[in-house]
Write a protein that binds this ligand. Sequence first.
Ligand code: ADP
Ligand code: MG
Length: 901
Amino acid sequence: MLDVREDLTPMMAQYTDLCEAHDDALVLFQVGDFYEAFCAAAETVARVCEVTLTKREDSTGRYPMAGVPIDNAASYVERLLDAGYRVALADQVQPAEEASGLVDRAVTQLVTPGTLVDDAYLEGSTANYLAALVREAAGTEATYGLALVDVSTGECLVTSGSRATVSEELERRSPAELLTGPELDDVGVDLVPEAMHTSYDPSVFEHDTARARLRRYARPDAVLADDAEVRATGAVLAYAEYTQGGDHLDYVSRVTRFDARESMRLDATALASLELFESRSRSGHTLMETLDETACALGRRRLEAWLRRPTVDRHEAEARLDAVEALSREGVVRETLHDRLREVYDLERLVGRVSRGRANARDLRSLATTLAVVPDLREALAALDHDSARLADLTDRLDDCGDVRSLVEEAIVPDPPQEVTDGGVVREGFDAELDDIRATEREGREWVSQLEATERERTGIDSLEVGYTQVHGYYIEVTNPNLERVPEDYTRRQTLKNSERFYTPELKRREDEILSASERADALEYEVFCEVRASVADEGERLQALADVLAELDVLVAFATIAVDRDYVRPTFGAEAIEIEAGRHPVVERTTEFVPNGIDFSQGDVALITGPNMSGKSTYMRQVALTCVMAQAGSFVPASRASLRVVDRVFTRVGASDDIAGGQSTFMREMAELTDILHAATDRSLVLLDEVGRGTATTDGLAIARATTEFIHDEVGASTLFATHYHELTGLEAEYDGVFTLHFTADRDADGVTFLHRVAEGPSSSSYGVEVARLAGVPDRVVERARALVEAAERDEATERDPDTADSSRHAATNGEHVRTSTDADSAEKAFSKPRQTSGGRAKSAPLPDPSRDSHGDPNHVVGGVLADIERLDVARTTPMDALSLLHELQRRLDDADQET
Ligand code: ADP
Ligand code: MG
């Protein structure tokens, strides 16, 4: 940018050097109380931060300049990060008064989205990850290594696996910044498009370099599984060190390897469509918000982690549930625990700051306050009569770190100032030397405070005053009329309009004594403070272990509170099939009078759900998935009974036309996602298909929906909920043992159509569309006519196939190997009696609607064509006006045909 270095002032040359050394970042350069940027960078800062672009003028020229106040830098830095910049903070690292010429400056911190440490930038409830991804090609299969570090807490997580596994993990963790190994270059961009993509010195990805670095944090062979993990971890730590000023990160005390398969797999689509953390509708709530009754940030982050990664280890889930159950029985204990946990500060991040040497005295007091809570928690837990092994274990691990707490409480004053260098931080009685100096200072000040009285007496000047200014120090002020009474030993210091100011040799001596004592005391205090902070840092590991216990306890208490307040029930695991009685949607029920609905997968693996729009199909399917997610996170669930089995993965696919909020409503995407399911689902998976196949014409849409259902039934065996507007699909029930049908209906009240939101067995009536039209107030004549047409269509079909298809079980037998025995058919007939009467076995032999069927001449064909059009019509999505004009058109066609004969 400024190429003629010799022509610059020393300061500008220093700035230019720093910019070159950090050419991937915007350098903010401390000049006094401001961070400044110059030239092109100044324009960026001015634009993004909305600050004025000014000019710096020196002997060498004029340069654009923009600055932000250091006091308030965080908010500006945040804007720059949001706009996609990394920010290098170049601070003065030498006190201005010590510098002979140019003040030394160095980049003390590189602020990037993935390496934030300041609370000012961080959200309390989510971890902020920096990720590194590498690929190791071994044979034909490539292994990907993924390491994640949260620089604010020191958490470091590592895993490896196939591309699919690792990319799913990336989606789940959604890191703010991603480093990729040199062999991957652009891959990261597709994997987590929302993360900042950073390329960093390729050498840190080299195996030996990575291993050497990792050794300073953990024993690589004991912790990590393979080379991919070693390289990813080495690289992520290298970059994290670099952003924090280049040093070893002491507070990264735990490098934890995890296996991505230990948790229920939820990919980005599932997370989004189940609205776990982000709502699709603007006003809506998420599951996270709904369940967040935690008391502290530690608990909030743990809750988020548990929901994002529900366990697939049944024993782990049961252990949590035992604890929740025990806590749910004792309201008083629960409230005590919750109240005390509210006083817990964000211990993980506090310890992070302590270890980085960035904690101030207030942080240490916050840490002590947090520790003071621990004995009360132990006491409350001791009062609880329980047989939960998990609670017992947590109680055991509640280390109150009493030594750390007394150190802080003895060393640091209760309400310390923000700054740690200006004194007022260390408590009296903690350090003898410091107390001595402070005593000298105090004595001096006392002497001065007496001085006014003694001098008034000595001189007889009643108006004499003693005061202090920053610039001139202590003075004795005498008004002009009294000047002749001033004693010999007064020396003039300053002349004002109506008075003179003096000092005496003794006052001067005292002043020097006070000032030097005060300065020495401040310096010594800072030293003492740093020692205390270092001793606390030495206990970092214990403190982090405590944070872990507090986090878990907080979530368990929150789960118990919710379980009681919202009438949740403890789920059981180990069932052959998922069975939920009177289940509710945990989020929707908070704002709506909710109608409970059950599901019973012991009837079969695949439930086909029909019913008009807005009748509750999507809500119903999601509530089943959410129930499984909650149970495997360790929470009770909204139902009267839930007998579950561990689900390894939840798939959700929302048909393109329903996914308006997603914005990407292409049929192609829908099919690509469907492909994933058909490949990856297992018989332990839960699959939600919401109106899949809707994004294309009826014929092939129905064909795809049907083929999908058959495939899931025959090959996958996943518990599947399939909401479909293809009424024809419900006929599969008769053909396949494992397929059953459910439907939702609508009713009318004074205000028009109401949906009962109640699920019932069997398919919905084929004329439900006409029903909805009636309920919506379409004129009787139209409704009557439509109903007659539907009936005619059904009669027509019945006669068409009468000769050999009257017996549905025989038909099924001819149609495939999935034969319903006649007893099955009988009981099914009873269970589904009402709706089945209208639809009968029609769907299974009904030809797919054929839009090419046309009407020339033959009235039978005209009728057929009209029927086909009615069948194709999506009544629930048709406005009364459209319905009327269509009916008019149909009538005209029928009339024309009548006249021809
Ligand atoms: P569909 O998928 O059949 O079009 P939705 O599941 O989207 O219907 O539900 C439509 C509306 O009905 C939603 O606003 C939802 O809040 C409400 N709803 C759904 N199920 C229930 C229920 N069981 N009890 C009460 N309201 C419900
Ligand atoms: Mg829906």
